[in-house]
Ligand binder design. Structure first.
Ligand code: MRU
Length: 344
C-alpha cells in the first residue's frame, strides 16, 4: 500500500497517528474528510498533503450536483478553501490546489461529466509524478553519500511523507539500494515523534541500519565525529534558499556548521516557493499545546502550564550546503541557481 491511493471512488490512506503500534488504513469519501485527515495529521509530510488535497478536489468534483460550469466552479472554490485551511506551512498543499484549480479554469468548455474524470486524472498524475520525482531526487542525492557514512535525519521525510520512496529518506533509501554501507541516526522529533514512530518504522522494514536518538543528542554526536552528513526534508523553501522544516532543523544546521558537517535539504521543486524572497515570509504553524503537555494521551506537565508549540522553524540558507531536487543538486548562490532551474 502506498501512503495515499485512490480506489473505487474513495481516498485510502495509512493512518499515521497510529503507527508504528497499529497499521490501519482509513478511507475518505468527501473532501471534508480529507481536510480533517490532514488537520489531524493522519496524513502529513509536505508532498503527501499536496496529493491528499488534489484527491480532495477530485472527491469534491464527483460529489458536486451542479448543472452548470459556474455552479461547479463555485463548489470547487468552496472545497479549495476548506482544504487550504488545514495546514499553513507546507507549500505543496497550495501548489497542488493551484494546479487543480488552474486545470478547472482552463477546461471551462468541457462537459461536466468529462471534466470530473479529467480532474481525477490530474490528481492521479500528481500522485504518480511524486514517486518519479522522489526516485530522481534519490539518484542525485545518493551521489553525495559514501560507503561507511553515518547520516543524521530529522522528522519523517520518507515514503510516509510522500506517496512513496520519500525525499530525504528517499536519498538514503537509494544509497542503500545502490549497495552503500550506511548507518542512519534518527532524531525522535518531539513533540509528534515522526522520527521515532515513522522513520524508525520505515527503516526497520527496509533493514537499513539505524539508531534512534533523542533530539538534543545530535550536537554531542557531531562533536564526537559520529555524523558525516545530515539530510532533511523541507516544507517550504524561499527563492533565496531559506528552508522551513520541522522544528529542530535550525538547531541541527547551526550545530552542523560548528562541527563542519555538511547539511543537505532534499525537496521537490514544488516545495520551492519562488514568490517569497526570504524564509521570513513563510507562515509557521502553531499546534495544540497538548502535543507538548501530553505523550500518547498521558499528561506529563502540570495542568495549566504555558506552552509554545511552533511546528516548524526557519533555517537560513547560509547553513545549507545544497538543495537536492529531482532536477539536480542546487548549490550556492541559491537565488541565482534556483532561478536557473525554474527557467529551464
Ligand atoms: O508536521 P509534519 O509531520 O507534516 O512535518 C513534516 C516535515 O517537516 C517534513 O520534514 C517535510 O514535510 C518534508 S517531507 C518529505
Amino acid at each position: 500500500m502506498k501512503t495515499i491511493e485512490w480506489k473505487d471512488g474513495k481516498v485510502f490512506l495509512i493512518d499515521q497517528r497510529k503507527l508504528p503500534l497499529k497499521y490501519e488504513i482509513i478511507n475518505c469519501s468527501s473532501y471534508q474528510e480529507v481536510a480533517e485527515a490532514i488537520k489531524k495529521m493522519k496524513i502529513r509530510g509536505a508532498p503527501a498533503i499536496g496529493v491528499a488535497a488534489a484527491f480532495g478536489i477530485a472527491l469534491a468534483a464527483y460529489s458536486s450536483k451542479a448543472d452548470t460550469y459556474k455552479e461547479f466552479s463555485l463548489d470547487m472554490e468552496k472545497a479549495k478553501k476548506c482544504l487550504a485551511l488545514t495546514r499553513p506551512t507546507a507549500v505543496n498543499l497550495f501548489w497542488a490546489l493551484e494546479r487543480m484549480t488552474n486545470l478547472i479554469n482552463i477546461k471551462k468548455d468541457v462537459d461536466l461529466f468529462e471534466l470530473k474524470d479529467i480532474i481525477l486524472q490530474e490528481a492521479k498524475d500528481i500522485a504518480r509524478e511524486d514517486i518519479e520525482i522522489n526516485k530522481g531526487m534519490g539518484r542525485y542525492g545518493a551521489s553525495l553519500i559514501k560507503d561507511g557514512d553515518n547520516i543524521l535525519t530529522h522528522c519523517n521525510a520518507g515514503a510516509l511523507a510522500t506517496v512513496d520512496h520519500g525525499t530525504a529518506l528517499g536519498v538514503i533509501r537509494t544509497a542503500f539500494k545502490e549497495g552503500k554501507k550506511i548507518h542512519v541516526y534518527v532524531d525522535e522529533t518531539r513533540p509528534v515523534l515522526q522520527g521515532a514512530r515513522l522513520t524508525a518504522w520505515e527503516l526497520m522494514q527496509e533493514k537499513i541500519p539505524f539508531t534512534l536518538i533523542i533530539d538534543n543528542m545530535a550536537g554531542f554526536l557531531m562533536s564526537q565525529k559520529k555524523i558525516n552528513l545530515i539530510i532533511v526534508g523541507a516544507d517550504r523553501i524561499a527563492r533565496n534558499g531559506d528552508v522551513v522544516n520541522k522544528i529542530g532543523t535550525y538547531s541541527l544546521s547551526v550545530l552542523a556548521r560548528e562541527n563542519k558537517v555538511p547539511f543537505y535539504v532534499a525537496a521537490p521543486i514544488s516545495t520551492i516557493d519562488v514568490s517569497l524572497s526570504s524564509g521570513k515570509e513563510i507562515p509557521i504553524e502553531e499546534r495544540n499545546p497538548k502535543e507538548i503537555t501530553h505523550i500518547l494521551g498521558k499528561q506529563i506537565a502540570p495542568t495549566g502550564v504555558k506552552v509554545f508549540n511552533p511546528s516548524f522553524d526557519l533555517t537560513h540558507h547560509r547553513y545549507v550546503e545544497a538543495i537536492i531536487t529531482e532536477k539536480g543538486i542546487i548549490r550556492k548562490p541559491f537565488e541565482r541557481n534556483i532561478k536557473l532551474v525554474f527557467s529551464r
